[in-house]
Write a protein that binds this ligand. Structure first.
Ligand code: ADP
Ligand code: MG
Length: 243
């Protein structure tokens, strides 16, 4: 479904990603963990060219993009096949919940306004916010705002959803409702790459946990294996701090 090959990213003389290889089957869910500043966000952002990789290849479904020869059309096609959920929700403050979800369907997918609104209402239903269609983000809780952020990504109908620490900006009381929605998507076989420090979520939902440090994937394994029997000292040291 998705394969990253040799993804490399430098900021000035700092190599943040040093040739990352990672692939997922359709419906697979991986959780990426690792110390802060280790390139987890940069890796996700490279997948859809929010950051331009310096080298490597990205394949999503039948689309193949070489980082060094990516055309504008390649990048747009990649962005159509992937959907990003941001740590800080990144909602449009001046748009209602409904319009936040409908926006991409109108602008990117070229649906008519009424079709986009119908579909956005279905999504509001699925994320449990049908009664908030006309609400503006500022009037919603952090948990509700992030559910809209996820709803907006769902609206993309993307093959792969990318989550960058979707609960880390939330007050603790709102974390569960967001994780519950993500579990619902997981149960629907949505392919997902999730950067998260929610180890319980990783245990319950991930098919594979990937530990990154120093621009490399140090180790990856199913959660029960990685958490109970980590092979690398760097993984053990990280897990001692977070578990
Ligand atoms: P993580 O998500 O694992 O905390 P990031 O991917 O955000 O790590 O950052 C990895 C490293 O890259 C950090 O050292 C960060 O300071 C650096 N970095 C990230 N984005 C930029 C940028 N736009 N310009 C310069 N350095 C950056
Ligand atoms: Mg990050």
């Amino acid at each position: 479904m998705i394969a990253l090959e040799g993804i490399t990213k430098r900021f000035a003389d700092h190599t943040v990603l040093d040739g990352i290889d990672l692939s997922l089957e359709r419906g697979e869910i991986i959780v990426v963990i690792g110390p802060s500043g280790t390139g987890k966000s940069t890796l996700l952002r490279c997948v859809n060219f929010l950051e331009t990789p310096d080298a490597g290849r990205i394949q999503v479904g039948d689309l193949q993009v070489d980082a060094t020869h990516a055309s504008r059309d390649d990048i747009l096609a990649l962005r159509r096949r992937t959907a990003f959920v941001f740590q800080n929700y990144a909602l449009f403050a001046h748009k209602t919940a409904l319009d936040n979800i409908a926006e991409r369907m109108i602008v990117v997918d070229r649906l008519s306004k009424s079709d986009a609104h119908d579909r956005a209402r279905e999504i509001l239903e699925r994320i449990g916010l049908a009664d908030k269609a006309d609400a503006y983000p500022a009037s919603l809780s952090g948990g509700q705002q992030q559910r809209i952020g996820i709803g907006r990504a769902m609206a993309a109908g993307a093959e792969v959803m990318l989550f960058d620490e979707p609960t880390s900006a939330l007050d603790p009381e709102w974390v569960d409702e967001v994780l519950t929605l993500m579990k619902q998507l997981a149960a629907e076989q949505q392919t997902m790459i999730v950067v998260s420090h929610e180890m319980q979520f990783a245990r319950e939902v991930a098919d594979r946990v990937v530990f990154m440090e120093g621009g490399h994937i140090v180790e990856q394994a199913p959660p029960e294996t990685l958490f109970t029997n980590p092979q690398d000292e760097r993984t053990r040291s990280f897990l001692r701090k977070v578990l």
